[in-house]
Every structure is written in structure tokens, then in C-alpha cells.
Design a protein around this ligand. Structure first.
Ligand SMILES: *Cc1c(COP(=O)(O)O)cnc(C)c1O
Length: 377
């Protein structure tokens, strides 16, 4: 056990009470709680449609299907992301094309590299809002417009994060969110697809549930008895137990993010004058989710980074890496790609603990420990 873990759930009695109520209602599969969660999400983001899914991976896969991405098509993706962002392109038989991130201070996909990677096969771009900080959406949307491409925002890290006053996930054609245990909203497993386009929403809802024309909740209420299968669909539904947790979590999210903002401020106070560390997104003034707190070691290498991490662990501090490069995984390796910034970041980034309950003294301890380790070198 670590003295300070990387992450802590913000669960309390409220989640427990709400779940028991749902269990007692005897409706536990996709039903009124999913609907309520979706409605709340729509108002929180100011978007027309939200659809609960079994995971963000499922939502991203649905996005590829909605946009009619097919074999021989290409989709431009970052490599500095979780593998699911890229895998879903392969689910539909298309080819992911990796673009670099901007620089050590902005770890989101680089519009300049996106434009270099466009071919006549390119159909879409999937920016990922790293740590909850916005990708350069103005330039990405401008490129999309000029080359007639679709944009799917992987907003797994970014619920309520803002870009120039707009909520992330609402700027592209489709946005996706994750409610996996360690995300800002935790339901165990779960995701959400959001879009302002009604036709995408309707098609997503159909594909989420086997391509069936009615849902069992409607049939149970006697609204429908017959159904047809009109498309090859999946079972990508969330259940009402998870939606119940999601509702409580979403209602607590804003307060949670304000505390995370404080934690980030404390970290920056303690670390901003340390020459051997880069704090990405240090200039960002917008409201963001602070899903994680990454730092990058300067003039370092993979071996050195791993040593620093293990010394942190010896002092009882859990850290992580976001992320190993997707383009270096075995299943993608045959696509020889050189990504200058990504290749350095994946070897020298360390993710420090970040969660609302992290106390000032914990941040002081983490910062002091890190500084001492770096000074010993
Ligand atoms: C967590 C995550 C996913 C996958 O989400 P699941 O809900 O676990 O399927 C996709 N992309 C990014 C960037 C993530 O962090």
C-alpha cells in the first residue's frame, strides 16, 4: 500500500443510498436512470443529445460507425493516448495515421502535423484532450472544414473542461467520455457519446442495442410489443445501476474539479522553479478537469525516469505514466512512424497523484520528495 495513492474515488454515502434505491426499484438494466443521467449530461454540457454506453471504447467505436469510416479510409490520431482511441479505427477496418503532439508544454495533437498527414483517404481526426486540457480545436475544426473531415473528440479526461467558453466534447461532430473507475466520473465501467446532430444520436441508439427498433424498457411499459432488427448492432448499453452512480458523481463533479484546481495550483507553486521539470499546460487559464497531473523530466531518458519513479515509490508515493506510445505497441509497430515530441514524452513523463481529497501537506511531501530525488542526480 502507498502512503499517497495516484488516485482516490470521491465516493461517499450518497452513491450507496442511491444504488440501494435503484436496486429496490427492481429496474436495473438500461432505463429511467440512464435517461436521467443522459439528460443531466446534456444540461451540464449544453449539448442536444447524450447517450450512455458500456464504455468510452464502445462510444468511440459507435462514432466510427456513425461517420461511416470504412476499410481503406484513414483516421488521424495521436499516439500519446490510451490505446482505445486508436484501436477503434481498426475495429472498422480503417487505418490509423499517427500525428505528433505539439510540444512539451502542450501534449495535444499538433494541427501542423495533422495537415501533413492528410491524404485523399483521410476521413476523420480524433483529438484527445490530454489531462482535460483542450486540443487546439479552432485550428482542428478549420482543417476539418477545409479538407471535409469529421472530428471525434476523445474527451475521456475532460468532463466540464472548457475551450474558449465551450465545453469539450461539444465542438466536434461527436464527443466521447469515459466513466471507468479512475476517471473524473467513476461508475466502474461506462461511457457517454454526445452530439448535436439528431441523426447521429438516433443511429447510435439503434446500434447500441443490437440494431433493435425498440428498447426493453419501452416494451416493459407496454409502449411497444414488436421489434425489428434493421442494422447490425451491438450490446453497448449502460445499466441503471451504473447510471445511478453516474448521476451522483456528475452532481458532485463541479465541486470536485474546484478542489483539483487547488491541488494543481499547489503543485505549480512548489515545482515551477525547478529547472529539471517541465509542467505541461502551465499557461492554460481556462476551467479544466485536471484528470491527471503530468510532469516531464528535462535532459532525461527512459532509464532515468524509471529510476525516479521507483525512488518515489520507495517513499510511499504512487505514480504512473500517461502514456506509453501507441505507435510503439506490437500491433502498430509495422507502421514506421517518427514522432519527435511524443517519443521524448513517453520516456520522460511522470504522472503525480491527483484527486480532490489530496491535502496541501501531501502535495508538499510529493514535491519535496521529487525535488530531493532530482537533486541527488
Ligand atoms: C480511459 C480512456 C479511454 C477508454 O475508456 P473506457 O471507458 O475504459 O473504454 C479512451 N481514451 C482515453 C484517452 C482514455 O483515457
Amino acid at each position: 500500500m502507498y502512503k499517497i495513492p495516484l488516485f482516490d474515488l470521491n465516493f461517499d454515502k450518497e452513491e450507496e443510498k442511491a444504488i440501494i434505491k435503484t436496486l429496490k426499484s427492481k429496474w436495473i438494466s438500461t432505463g429511467p436512470k440512464c435517461q436521467e443521467f443522459e439528460n443531466l449530461f446534456c444540461s451540464a454540457l449544453g449539448i442536444k443529445n447524450a447517450l450512455t454506453t458500456s464504455s468510452c471504447t464502445a462510444a468511440l467505436h459507435l462514432a466510427m460507425l456513425l461517420l461511416n469510416i470504412k476499410p481503406k479510409d484513414e483516421v488521424i490520431v495521436p499516439s500519446l493516448t490510451f490505446a482505445a482511441t486508436v484501436n477503434v479505427v481498426k475495429y472498422v477496418g480503417a487505418t490509423p495515421v499517427f500525428a505528433d503532439v505539439k510540444n512539451y508544454y502542450d501534449l495535444t495533437i499538433d494541427p501542423v502535423d495533422i495537415e501533413k498527414k492528410i491524404t485523399n483517404k483521410t476521413k476523420a481526426i480524433i483529438p484527445m484532450h490530454y489531462a482535460g486540457f483542450p486540443a487546439d480545436m479552432d485550428r482542428i475544426m478549420d482543417i476539418a472544414k477545409r479538407y471535409d473531415l469529421k472530428v471525434v473528440e476523445d474527451a475521456s479526461h475532460a468532463p466540464l473542461s472548457e475551450y474558449k467558453g465551450k465545453k469539450l466534447g461539444t465542438i466536434g461532430d461527436i464527443g466521447t467520455f469515459s466513466f471507468f473507475s479512475n476517471k473524473n466520473i467513476s461508475t466502474g465501467e461506462g461511457g457517454m457519446l454526445v452530439t448535436n446532430q439528431d441523426n447521429y444520436y438516433k443511429y447510435a441508439k439503434l446500434l447500441r442495442s443490437h440494431g433493435m427498433t425498440t428498447m426493453s424498457f419501452d416494451r416493459a411499459r407496454g409502449h411497444a410489443t414488436k421489434y425489428d432488427i434493421t442494422n447490425l448492432g451491438y450490446n453497448y448499453r449502460m445499466d441503471d445501476i451504473r447510471a445511478t452512480i453516474g448521476i451522483v458523481q456528475l452532481n458532485k463533479l463541479y465541486a470536485d474539479l474546484l478542489k483539483r484546481q487547488m491541488v494543481r495550483k499547489w503543485y505549480i507553486e512548489k515545482l515551477c522553479n525547478i529547472d529539471s521539470i517541465i509542467i505541461p499546460f502551465n499557461k492554460n487559464k481556462g476551467f479544466v478537469s485536471n484528470y491527471i497531473f503530468p510532469v516531464i523530466l528535462k535532459d532525461s531518458n527512459e532509464q532515468n525516469r524509471n529510476k525516479v519513479r521507483s525512488q518515489m515509490h520507495n517513499k510511499g508515493i504512487q505514480t504512473s505514466i500517461h502514456y506509453p506510445a501507441v505507435h510503439q505497441f506490437s500491433i502498430y509497430k509495422n507502421e514506421i512512424t517518427k514522432l519527435m515530441v511524443t517519443d521524448y514524452v513517453v520516456n520522460n513523463e511522470i504522472t503525480l497523484p491527483m484527486y480532490a481529497k489530496l491535502a496541501y501537506k501531501d502535495v508538499c511531501y510529493i514535491a519535496k520528495t521529487l525535488i530531493n530525488i532530482l537533486n541527488e542526480k
